[in-house]
Design a protein around this ligand. Sequence first.
Ligand code: SF4
Length: 380
Amino acid sequence: MQKLGLYLHIPFCVRKCHYCDFYSAPSGKGARAAYVRALCRHLAVAAGEVQDFSVDTVYFGGGTPTLLTGAELHELLDAVRTHYAMEPDAEITVECNPVTAAEGLMKELRTAGFNRLSIGLQSVHDSELQLLGRPHDYAAFLETYKAARRAGFANVSVDLMFGIPGQTVQSFSHTVDTLLALSPEHISAYGLRIEEGTPFYRMQPTLTLPDEDAEAEMAELVAQRLTAAGYEHYEISNYARPGKRSRHNMRYWLGADYLGFGPGAHSYLHGTRFETAPDRGAYLAAVEQGAFTTLRQNASVIAGKEKMDEYVMLRMRLFEGLDLQDFTSRFGITFREEYGDVTPLIKGGFLTCTNGRLAFTEGGMRVSNAILSEWLDFGK
Ligand code: SF4
């Protein structure tokens, strides 16, 4: 049976963080209950199309999924189990924000069958959290983390951020060391990007951002500190204890199939990408009217040159890189013929080519955007 991932978008947040451009908004209890009913209905209808698949990853993301009650999250996961063939060892992740995750909820999540938790920490410094507009402080994170462990979560991921206004290399170093002492199974470390339409975009002239050198030092620091502590740096922004990579996110990078549910969710099925408009009202109305086909927008079949470029872009995010023989078998052309001679980049220490796999080095990964845009441009 082919394998499938499911992504359920929960578009609610306590309030909007200053840097966030995800589709989410505050909401009342009634709106959340109506949304859960709509998702369950959508899950039931969409299952007909993927009867040949078994589900091996489920990811509840947001927004803040843990703004739903334990009973609502349980109901959603039951709907998944009722309508889809699930692998017995499926990875089932729920994202949570510290202030929304009480002890009781952690136990309910484990009882429901969630086996992986992803917590948004960002920083251990309350002043930095406040600047980001996060609704929690470090003490709330610690309480949530410990409650998750007590409830039996043996696979916990924590998100960190660098490049925060006012952050220094020293303060980031303290964040990394403090988190390492807790020893989560997985850590994601992202550089802050200021996106259009966010409060930070408007506040930009007043923000004191770390300069480029400091940000590069932070990226290097987190990579060195985490790999020295035994984490595998498996993707540009992701680190895992052996065997604890995010299986769900791996499917995005490997170009595997997944179906997304909810406003703003993306899908990739049978070589076609599509998305649902980021509009909760329109989503609820479409489900209510049974107009499920309208939920698939901007559908595009990924083929030819686009597929090749996408393959290179996604595989090269991974430290294991891409298999040159696999590239040739898929596309009927060698990597060198399409993208040119990479020997100077290997000699310059940016790439390695070992056992037929082309991959970025640590240093190369930090300038990977520039290298990839060269390749993907001159290939066009
Ligand atoms: S909690 Fe996450 S999804 Fe919600 S506003 Fe903050 S960053 Fe965005």
